[in-house]
Design a protein around this ligand. Structure first.
Ligand SMILES: Cc1ncc(COP(=O)(O)O)c(C=O)c1O
Length: 384
């Protein structure tokens, strides 16, 4: 027998109380019963997004809501800036191309965050750019971008900023209203602690204005339709059938987050990330993103001569733990350990202890217990 664990930066583990909600008989969505659930879930979303604006919920994966932002905000031929720090940042450019949008790509060196100064310079050089697409937590490299500074750079140039916070929301500070994030989106299988299938979008009034003149096509993903149903009726609603069971799970998960407190959730993630990094470094392994490391995952460079895919595979096949490998140009070179969502100190200890054993199995012997001890020391200080 081997237990199965997910230690990936999405999908993430799900609390038992949240899993149990999905086993309840289905209810109809046009009922007072579901509407009360949707209203409570919506208030929970506003709490997590740190916004007073409505937060739209779509039955969608994260990429779907990324596509929705391009569809709603842009017109064919429009020039935009994509400020990317990796694989998911680059996805903005791919989506823009499909919609006939001219995306200028500014890509940081992988493992480094986007430099807001560079964004400022690019926007100055291209005053016709009025839209910047970027990423809060670049999951492919384990880097966090300084969204507050990027938003400031965009606004100084009279541009709006669109932020993919799919893997970052809930794991690290992100202030939608206070930082002036014009459009922010996220996905359910990450910090929300529920299965994949819901995508969330929050747009500030200026961004909603832009959707009214933007010419690219949208139907299911129309913000106009979604916002009307969300705000213009007595109870928040959706224009089409919502993913009912997922919404019920969402409500439960957001109650758990509310009970812990959003700031405490951020603090827990920061402590777990710190302990993981300490464990990894104590084993003599090198972090891939030491400058701006993510609180949601830790990316590690595989020892010389060892394919990171083998490390990944050994975690999974020998120990039942799903971590993540490298993506794009880092495939085979790095591996990524998630500590996102329903995760505590014991999970980190299991991850680091298993990493020590995996290293032995792949032929890179490390002193057993060294990483665990370093992680324990941090967890004791952090009270985790
Ligand atoms: C930062 C980021 N953006 C986009 C995505 C894509 O989300 P999905 O796989 O749900 O389409 C992911 C998924 O890992 C992500 O981490």
């Amino acid at each position: 027998m081997r237990k199965k664990y997910v230690m990936a930066p999405g999908p993430t583990p799900i609390p038992a109380e949240v899993l149990a909600e999905a086993s309840m008989p289905i209810i109809h969505h046009r009922t007072p019963q579901f509407q009360a659930i949707f209203k409570a879930a919506h208030e929970g979303l506003q709490m997590l997004f740190r916004t007073k604006q409505p937060v739209m919920t779509f039955a969608s994966v994260g990429t779907g809501v990324m596509e929705s932002a391009v569809a709603n905000l842009t017109s064919p031929g429009e020039k935009v800036l994509v400020a990317s720090s990796g694989h998911f940042g680059n996805r903005w450019k791919d989506i823009c191309q499909v919609f006939g949008v001219q995306a200028e790509l500014f890509e940081s060196e992988w493992g480094q965050p986007v430099d807001p100064e560079e964004v400022r310079k690019r926007l100055k050089a291209s005053p016709d750019i009025k839209l910047v697409f970027t990423t809060l937590n670049e999951t492919s490299t384990g880097v966090v971008n300084d969204i507050q500074a990027l938003a400031k750079a965009a606004h100084e140039a009279g541009a709006l900023i669109v932020v993919d916070a799919i893997s970052g929301l809930g794991a690290m500070p992100c202030e939608t209203d206070a930082w002036g994030i014009d459009v922010i989106l996220s996905g359910s299988q990450k910090g929300f602690m529920i299965p994949p299938g819901l995508g969330f979008v929050c747009a500030q009034p200026k961004a909603v204005e832009k959707t009214k003149t933007a010419k690219n096509p949208r139907y299911y993903f129309s913000y106009d339709k979604a916002l009307k149903k969300l705000t213009e009726e007595k109870m928040p609603d959706t224009p089409f059938t919502p993913a009912i069971s997922l919404v019920i799970q969402l409500k439960k998960a957001l109650e758990i987050i509310k009970e812990e407190g959003v700031e405490n959730v951020w603090k827990r993630h920061a402590g777990l990330a710190k302990a993981t990094r300490a464990g990894v470094e104590a084993l003599g392994l090198k972090l891939f993103a030491p400058k701006a490391p993510s609180a949601a995952l830790t990316s590690v460079i595989a020892p010389a001569g060892i394919d990171s895919g083998l490390i990944n595979k050994t975690f999974r096949d020998t120990y039942g733990i799903s971590i993540a490998g490298g993506q794009g140009k880092e495939k085979g070179k790095i591996f990524r350990i998630g500590h996102l969502g329903y995760v505590d100190g014991s999970d980190v200890l299991l991850g680091v202890a298993t990493l020590e054993m995996v290293m032995h199995k792949v032929g890179h012997k490390v002193p057993l217990g060294t990483g665990v001890k370093a992680a324990q020391e941090i967890l004791l200080v952090e009270n985790l």
